[in-house]
Design a protein around this ligand. Structure first.
Ligand SMILES: Cc1cc2nc3c(=O)[nH]c(=O)nc-3n(C[C@H](O)[C@H](O)[C@H](O)COP(=O)(O)O)c2cc1C
Length: 211
């Protein structure tokens, strides 16, 4: 079975979506022929769309932007929609993992619904949607082995998703809580923001963050 693994984060490095893509890749690579795509620009080439249409499965991983889909990715989805409308005999199943900065994974539900509607419009088969909360901490967990400590919940959910991808099964959305308590996530996020503000030559009060 052939699968396209699509990272929809615009980030070149330190992307939470890349952590998710890498973990899925490590689980799926023995059973599937995987091709990775990075959608950082608002354009998809015809060649890429043609290649992707030869896959049985598309797996998207992207960040939640303003409760929705990042605009560059939305633009790519619209181009794919035009391409797919012309295509006959397509049997592509779509799986989607959306991660967000908020602690609560359910914030991702509207973006997953948009993906479901897009699939219906394009004549694609919807598989499963996964919402991941606390995405901001994922790049920091890179060095922690999958399945361990604060990665445990995410690893368990991705393993479950991978099993369903291999059998091209459809199932209800899966919401993944971060692997640390909410108050710790908040403290870590605020520390990170303070560091970033200083790095950019500004002061904490410039962004009206409570100290
Ligand atoms: C422009 C922009 C809009 C965002 N909107 C939301 C949002 O509505 N809700 C949320 O929980 N996180 C939001 N975030 C946070 C990202 O979803 C979060 O940082 C995510 O982990 C980034 O994933 P990535 O590293 O794969 O790009 C936003 C981030 C940016 C840059």
């Amino acid at each position: 079975m052939k699968a396209a693994l699509i990272n929809g984060s615009p980030k070149q490095e330190n992307s939470a979506s890349a952590v998710i893509v890498d973990e899925l890749k490590s689980i799926l690579h023995e059973d599937m022929r995987l091709t990775e795509y990075s959608f950082r620009e608002p354009v998809v080439t015809m060649e890429r769309m043609r290649e992707m249409s030869e896959c049985d499965v598309w797996i998207f991983a992207f960040p939640l932007y303003v409760d929705s889909i990042p605009s560059h990715l939305l633009s790519c989805l619209m181009q794919l929609e035009d391409y797919l409308t012309e295509l006959e005999d397509k049997e592509i199943t779509v799986y989607t993992v959306v991660n967000c900065g908020f602690y609560e994974a359910r914030q991702n539900a509207p973006a997953l619904d948009i993906m479901k509607n897009w699939c219906r419009k394009c004549g694609l088969i919807w598989g499963i949607g996964v919402g991941v909360g606390g995405g901001g901490m994922l790049p920091m967990l890179r060095e922690i082995p999958s399945g361990r400590g604060p990665r445990k919940r995410l690893s368990r959910a991705l393993a479950e998703l991978a099993d369903d991808i291999k059998s091209r099964t459809a199932a209800p959305d899966l919401m993944v809580k971060p692997g640390i308590p909410r108050f710790l996530y908040k403290i870590a996020a605020e520390m990170g923001w303070r560091q970033q503000i200083k790095k950019n030559g500004k002061d904490v009060k410039d962004l009206s963050i409570m100290v």
